[in-house]
Ligand binder design. Structure first.
Ligand code: GLC
Length: 477
């Protein structure tokens, strides 16, 4: 079976969020199951030179974008056993950042068209499935059906579209249909890409792909309701027979306290007592009081509303009056950056606000903290809580999306569970969950049991990859 995984980012070449992790780890896990999975992404200028130097050119051709013919270079390299293809065009991809430009609609129209044309130049690799991800690739299934259904190279190819985050939809003026995608006005229709008076690339992916997936079972149900549905809940309900929730995993070759080179001391479930040394070092690094017994809460996140930061802000005074240390890492909305920085300047012994992107510090926080706070408003899957589990930092989460599917509230009577959670989007419930965790922390025996439960939770990619394999197999039967 051959699968072309189409994404707008992939670790270790370029990554802004969880999608980049998935685009690395899932194809790798699929290959272990015997699938010939390959990845195609844009060749952004931000990809490190060391990788660019290893790329080999496969073909150059032109791609039609509206009335223009644009150059497209197809390059490739193999990384960790996975073949990667890169779509080269400096006009579109030589930019200081990868998203957020006025012409993103055009950039990803070009990319999507290039992906489909590239298949002609992949030699023996004739995909059975194109697996697209998020709005940046949403028009691939549309164009596949519209332009290639008569072509023998393409007409058996099935498409899968995965929603990583329904909030970002790629909504553009309706004129892009003709001016960029060379599509007819018939696509400006409620059953096609029309979204109010505009067109939605996300909607294109949902309507025209053969199967739709999202990254947890709970999120797949939530997005069929108005609160989480981002105005596509009706459509998603209509497609529910073809909508599947497959939870993401994490790659334990990258994220394991036994082997992680970024943390101060390595440890594993058999010597959990080593974990505390990471806390002492981290306290020193952050300028906190160095003490084993002060519980430390980690927060590693993009600073955006999705992550439930409003609940933390609402109760920040109360949280900071608890006997704890909080270490926050991440950047994003200036509003949140300012609030956390302000409080860190007033309460430096209670909160350290690191408004940066720092991969090493992130790992040191997972290893050094006792609890990991992630009270998201919505969370398609979430990766932070999965890393936290593996590093024995106990997640405190809201029961939504992937958080609900991966964090089982600790039950002190049965000793089961791997974290603390709360249901409603309420600051009070968040505060109470933090207090419950602090209570249990005082009981070292129970706490250690909980840490063991967390560290032995299995969220490897293996299980998820098997679910994708099953989905692909049904599709090409
Ligand atoms: C998005 C979602 C996150 C998910 C990730 C990978 O970033 O917000 O919940 O884990 O995609 O699927």
């Amino acid at each position: 079976m051959k699968v072309l995984f189409v994404a707008s980012e992939a670790y270790p070449f370029i990554k802004t969020g969880g999608l980049g992790d998935v685009a690395y780890a899932l194809p790798k896990a699929l290959r272990k199951l015997g699938i010939d999975a390959r990845v195609i992404i844009p060749k952004y200028s931000g990809i490190p030179l060391a990788f660019k130097n290893c790329m080999e050119s496969i073909a150059t051709f032109n791609v039609q974008v509206g009335y223009r013919e644009q150059y497209c270079g197809l390059e490739n390299l193999i990384y960790d056993g996975v073949p990667y293809y890169f779509v080269d065009n400096e006009y579109y991809f030589k930019r200081p950042h990868i998203y957020g430009d006025y012409d993103d609609g055009e950039r990803f129209s070009f990319f999507s068209k290039s992906v489909l044309e590239s298949i002609k130049y992949m030699g023996d690799f004739k995909p059975d499935i194109v697996h697209c991800n998020d709005w940046q690739t949403g028009v691939v299934p549309v164009l596949l059906k519209e332009n290639y259904s008569e072509d023998v190279l393409y007409n058996k190819i099935k498409s899968v579209f995965t929603i990583h985050n329904l909030q970002y939809q790629g909504v553009f003026p309706k004129e892009v249909l003709g001016e960029l995608l060379n599509l007819d006005w018939k696509y400006f229709n409620d059953d096609a890409m029309k979204f109010y008076d505009a067109v939605s690339f996300m909607k294109g992916g949902i309507v025209f792909s053969d199967e739709v997936t999202t990254v947890s079972d709970t999120y797949s149900k939530e997005i069929q309701t108005p609160f989480y549905g981002e105005k596509l809940d009706g459509l998603l309900s209509a497609r529910s027979a073809n909508l599947h929730g497959i939870v993401n995993g994490i790659d334990y070759e990258l994220y394991s306290p036994e082997v992680d080179e970024k943390i101060f001391y390595n440890y594993d479930i058999k010597n959990i007592n080593q974990k505390v040394k990471n806390k002492l070092k981290l306290q020193e690094k952050l300028g906190f009081t160095v003490s084993e017994n002060i519980p430390m809460i980690g927060i590693v996140t993009r600073l955006v509303k999705q992550k439930g930061l409003d609940l933390i802000v609402e109760k920040l005074q109360e949280i900071l009056s608890l006997p704890i240390q909080i270490v926050l890492l991440g950047n994003g909305d200036g509003y949140y950056e300012d609030i956390f920085q302000y409080h860190a300047s007033i309460y430096p012994s209670r909160i350290s606000a690191n408004i940066i992107f720092d991969a090493a510090l992130a790992q040191q926080i997972y290893a050094g903290s006792d609890m990991f706070l992630m009270p998201s408003l919505f969370e398609p899957c979430g990766i932070g809580q999965l890393i936290a589990l593996k590093y024995g930092s106990i997640p405190i989460t809201r029961e939504t999306g992937g958080l609900k599917d991966t964090i089982i509230p600790y039950d002190k009577y049965t000793g089961k569970g791997n974290g603390f959670s709360f249901k409603n989007y309420s600051g009070q419930e968040l505060l109470e969950a933090i207090e419950r965790s602090l209570d249990l922390y005082k009981d070292k025996t129970s706490w250690n049991k909980l840490v063991q439960n967390a560290m032995s939770s299995n969220n490897s990619w293996e299980n998820s990859a098997k679910n994708y394999l099953e989905l692909y197999s049904d599709l090409i039967k």
